[in-house]
Ligand binder design. Structure first.
Ligand code: SIN
Ligand code: MN
Length: 262
């Protein structure tokens, strides 16, 4: 799966891409079927919401489950990343962001490089965040909100928020966010299950609480060039993997083969 020159220009201009229906319903069903067992585990990789105790984020998925190990090497995710990055990259973080019905909480305004730089000593904002929707993402169940073009203003000032949610995050203040939104507007990243997103390390984004009765499971793979690897190992491996082996795409039908073999 290759991005067109128009898509590459769009990514450059806006800082993100929405790729509708990149995975089909059988592939999504297989991925979804893995999750109840993963989410029921009591382990440090499953980080829970402060108030409800529901899982907010489940990390290290490819080390916990063979189907997610396939997804991390899937050509429909890796080939676009290869086009954008142009050099070998490793799996920095592999997770599910679950926004539970009624109780899934906010992700404050932030961009990922602030965390990658401050926590892990990543030198440059080159990492890409590749998402796959495992639910239909609508106006109601807590879609990501992007600020188009915010990556072009250079890394905005950030501070570490340890209070607002159960996941400490380097966040962007309201004045800066207002300025960026006045310049670029906002886009809610919606789409059917199977839709994918690609966004860069300096794109300002967040997502609201999920007040709806519908869950919102989104898979996220962060890839980072090997040449831009972490220089500090203060966070656990599941938050920034130390295995810098370059990801090599596997077969396009790797998920469907598992379905037909079942
Ligand atoms: C979210 O899952 O809503 C936010 C994810 C992110 O910051 O990448
Ligand atoms: Mn983020």
């Amino acid at each position: 799966m290759k991005l067109s020159p128009e898509q590459l220009a769009d990514f450059e201009e806006n800082g993100f891409l929405i790729l509708p229906d990149l995975f089909d319903s059988k592939e999504v069903a297989l991925l979804r079927a893995q999750l109840p067992a993963i989410l029921s585990e009591e382990c440090p990789e499953n980080i829970r919401e402060k108030h409800s105790g529901e899982v907010r984020t489940a990390m290290g998925l490819h080390l916990r489950n063979a189907v997610f190990a396939d997804l991390v090497r899937h050509p429909r995710l890796l080939e676009p990343a290869e086009q954008i990055l142009g050099e070998p990259f490793y799996a920095q973080q592999v997770k599910l962001n679950a926004k539970a019905p009624f109780s899934g909480e906010v992700w404050q305004w932030h961009y990922d490089f602030a965390t990658h730089h401050h926590e892990d000593g990543v030198p440059a904002p080159l990492a890409l965040n590749l998402h796959v929707f495992l639910d239909d993402v609508t106006a109601f169940n807590g879609p990501l909100w992007f600020v188009p073009g915010s990556h072009k203003h250079g890394p905005a000032p950030t501070s570490l928020d340890t209070a607002t949610t159960s996941y400490d995050l380097w966040t962007v203040d309201e004045d800066t966010t207002r300025r960026l939104i006045e310049a670029g507007g906002m886009v809610a990243a919606k789409g059917r299950a199977g839709t994918a997103l690609i966004f860069g390390d300096c794109l300002v984004h967040g997502s609201p609480n999920n007040m709806s009765p519908w869950g919102r499971w989104i898979f996220s793979l962060i890839v980072n060039p090997v040449s831009n690897a972490l220089t500090r190992e203060q966070r656990p491996d599941f938050k920034h993997h130390r295995d810098l082996t370059p990801l090599i795409p596997t077969a396009d039908d790797c998920l469907l083969n598992r379905v037909s073999a079942a």
